[in-house]
Design a protein around this ligand. Structure first.
Ligand code: PLP
Length: 394
């Protein structure tokens, strides 16, 4: 059978088969990228669904409007205002089926074949794959501890000129490194980019998963020109199964997304959107987020303790201040895929870092999730991984 060209650009067979092994039931898997299922507020969600079905069943089981259920758009606008000091209305928001859909639709909206997308590296594999489907050239821009490097960004923009059609970034506790851009870099970035007519895709999937007391202001809060497209989601702070997320952007951009949304899936799930509103109006969503970040912080602490004890000193890392992942660097030249093959033999899994670079450009790093496994499994799995890593690096 003949498939479209784009499909051949997306496959990573080696990784996919390794990751399939990682899903086996007896594996201690540090490879997932989602919240711990034990934190899902199942009773509250059940109650919300029942109330929605009792009180507005017919509407909840119909199509929603393409832009999304208005009370949910209003809830989100009010929340963005409260958290980030913005002044937003529902007309600057469109509901999407997961932020993955927002990333895909951004490719559809901004990219023609041969265009260039600049993105911070390493970066979220799912976004790179979604954007690759639009036959863009993906160009990596390095990051340092404060965020994307502005000088490197300037050089790429100068080199590729008008071909640059999008910049994709994850400023908060990003996937895979959990790094968070400093306030200074955020300001510098938005100021710098305002000199160019290039849209910025701000993926804020982990924005609220901080272990500190305050949230960072998103790029969109600094943007006065309407260049930033902000993608938010309930997947990491609530649960991914409902597939409810949102795009927040200038009205002229939201109008275009609306055209695409109708083509892509007509609307996001009406019942899931209505249950989300019921939940937000009747329960304490902020308290829920505080609860899960406390849990993840304690799992991070436990993981750090074992890494410090069991891993060789040549393995480098920064302590994550939020998010779901620990990013470990093996000495240059070592291949984390080989380490994964060894770990899988002892029923432990993680994601080799090469998957987060275009063309597996760098292979000595690894992403280890700390949110998803119980304390007991963290101790057992990381102790095994520490021993295997020590032997591997000898
Ligand atoms: C950075 C990032 N963006 C977006 C997504 C997709 O999330 P959603 O469940 O909202 O589609 C993920 C999921 O892992 C992610 O890590």
């Amino acid at each position: 059978m003949r498939f479209a060209h784009r499909i051949y650009k997306m496959e990573d067979k080696e990784l996919l088969s390794l990751m399939e092994l990682a899903e086996a039931p007896d594996i201690i898997s540090f490879s997932g990228g989602f919240p711990s299922p034990e934190t899902y507020p199942i009773d509250e969600i059940k109650e919300s669904f029942v109330r929605v079905l009792d009180e507005e069943g017919k509407e909840a089981l119909s199509y929603s409007s393409a832009s999304g259920y208005n009370p949910l758009r209003e809830e989100i606008a009010a929340r963005m205002d409260r958290l980030f000091g913005m002044d937003m209305t529902k007309d600057e928001i469109i509901i999407t089926s997961g932020s993955q859909q927002a990333l895909d639709m951004s490719g559809m909206l901004f990219i023609d074949e041969g265009d260039v997308i600049l993105f911070e590296t390493p970066s979220y594999l799912g976004a790179l794959n979604a954007l690759k489907a639009y036959e863009a050239e993906l160009i990596a821009v390095p990051t340092d501890k404060d965020g994307i490097e502005i000088e490197a960004l300037r050089q790429s923009i100068e080199k590729y000129g008008d071909r640059v059609k999008l910049i994709y970034v994850i400023p908060d506790y990003q996937n895979p490194t959990s790094r968070c851009w400093s306030d200074k870099r955020r300001k510098e970035f938005v100021e710098f980019i305002s000199e160019y007519d290039i849209p910025v895709l701000e993926d804020a999937a982990y924005a609220e998963l901080t272990f500190g007391d305050t949230l960072k202001k998103p790029l969109i809060a600094y943007d006065t020109l309407g260049q930033v497209v902000y993608c938010g989601t309930f997947s990491k702070t609530f649960c991914p199964g409902l597939r409810v997320a949102w795009i927040c952007a200038h009205k002229r951009i939201i109008e275009k997304f609306l055209l695409l949304k109708t083509n892509v899936d007509l609307s996001s799930s009406a019942i899931a959107q209505r249950q989300m509103v019921y939940y937000m109006q009747h329960y304490d969503y902020d308290a829920h987020i505080r609860k899960i970040t406390l849990l993840y912080k304690s799992r991070r602490d436990l993981m750090m303790e074992i890494v410090r004890k069991e891993f060789p000193d040549t393995v480098e890392f920064d302590v994550p201040e939020g998010g779901l992942f620990l990013w470990l660097s093996l000495p240059a030249g070592k291949d984390a895929r080989e380490l994964l093959a060894l770990a899988l033999k002892e029923n432990v899994a993680f994601v080799p870092g090469g998957s987060f670079y275009p063309d597996n450009a760098k292979n000595n790093e690894m992403r280890v999730n700390f949110s998803n496994m119980t304390e007991e499994k963290i101790v057992k799995g990381m102790t095994i991984l520490g021993r295997i890593t020590t032997e591997f690096l000898k």
